[in-house]
Design a protein around this ligand. Structure first.
Ligand code: SAM
Length: 212
């Protein structure tokens, strides 16, 4: 049965405000001051349990990472992982990606990662896909002019939809990879879902896109 009230998650959030930022809208335009440097900020949307963002923060110490996750019981798992890794270049936000413009000012973000986003396969749910045009409008607003969207998924339907959506919006595709794990990519950091699906033999798709 789905547990609605999770006091341990509330306690974790209260005790770890240095990792999971409360009142995130107050940081709009000031995220650099939180990290105490001018390094570029990369944003992961739908961070899940935090393996990707923690691995990226370790691999790229000169980049600041922000992870957005809607589900409270999941963001606390990501928080535990970040805490254990003792990284200072990563923070998490317990917010909805639909509110990005309230969280970030123009050009504040250098890269957006969409990893194994929920595919929402039913047509009537298309608006919820993180590559629906209303999300792309927000990404365009907060991304630096040379910024990129990097999307990874195992879901062919979401991948095809996203390529079409990017193209209709005028984004330039810089990479389209139909089988990421079939080649050596020493810098690829795997997410929890990526590990799970690639272990089942499913191809992993990746694309990189940039606004004109
Ligand atoms: N990225 C992780 C991975 O690859 O292992 C998790 C993938 S999981 C399928 C999608 C995650 O995105 C879930 O944890 C979900 O709660 C989160 N999510 C979905 N819609 C969101 C939204 N609008 N804002 C923030 N997080 C969202």
């Amino acid at each position: 049965m789905r547990q609605r009230h999770k006091p341990w998650a509330d306690d974790f959030l209260k005790e770890n405000t240095h990792l999971i930022v409360p009142d995130a809208t107050e940081k709009k335009g000031k995220w650099h001051t939180l990290f105490g440097n001018e390094n570029p900020i990369h944003l992961e949307i739908g961070t899940g349990k935090g393996q990707f963002i923690t691995g990226m923060a370790e691999q790229y110490p000169d980049v600041n990472f922000l992870g957005i996750e809607l589900a409270k019981s999941i963001i606390v798992m990501a928080g535990s992982k970040v805490k254990e890794a003792e990284r200072t270049n990563v923070r998490l936000l317990h917010v909805d990606a639909a509110d990005l413009k309230e969280l970030f000012t123009e050009n504040e973000i250098s890269v957006i990662y969409l990893n194994f986003s929920d595919p929402w396969p039913k047509k009537r749910h298309a608006k919820r896909r993180l590559t629906y045009h209303t999300f792309l409008e927000q990404y365009q607003h907060i991304l630096h002019p040379e910024g990129q969207i990097v999307l990874k998924t195992d879901n062919q339907g979401l991948f095809e939809y996203s390529l079409a959506s990017f193209s209709q919006f005028g984004l330039k595709l810089q990479e389209v990879n139909l089988d990421l794990h079939n080649e050596e990519d020493p810098v690829n950091v795997m997410t929890e879902y990526e590990e799970k699906f690639s272990a089942k033999g499913q191809p992993i798709y990746r694309c990189r896109a940039q606004f004109p």
